[in-house]
Design a protein around this ligand. Sequence first.
Ligand code: IDP
Length: 154
Amino acid sequence: MSEDERTFVMVKPDGVQRGLIGEIVSRFEERGLKLVGGKFMQIDDDLAHEHYGEHEDKPFFDDLVEFITSGPVFAMVWEGADATRQVRSMVGETDPAESAPGTIRGDFGLDLGRNVIHASDHEDEGANEREIDLFFDEEELLDYERIDAAWLYE
Ligand code: IDP
């Protein structure tokens, strides 16, 4: 299993407004994942349409675009073994009401339309790379060793 798999994660406007950036970053850091990119930014209409394009025909699409463009988000790239699947398991189900306690959505959310965080879908092949490319330029992703790397992997 590749230890340099990268995945895209974003604290949504509700998570930013509720002061959850630090808590969320801590969870991934403590798990042993490596932060290789981070950007505090405002998503514009075009980027929102591109990022959520697969949901264009859904009844909630307009509300979703309005919400995700409504305030700053914190976009990140995390790296580690099986990163996409591991991050999704830490995030929980799409609906916070269905998410187990201990997951980010299960601990911090109650409503489907305010679920705090986005993470690339591990069941959608290549979604992680597509989303990283959409939000980050290659030179914004940094290559370095975590000092505890030797203790994180056998
Ligand atoms: P995901 O964020 O868990 O990958 P997706 O199915 O890709 O889930 O949906 C993208 C986002 O759209 C969700 O995180 C949620 O904010 C919103 N969403 C999904 N389904 C609904 C719905 O039925 N009503 C309102 N919002 C929804």
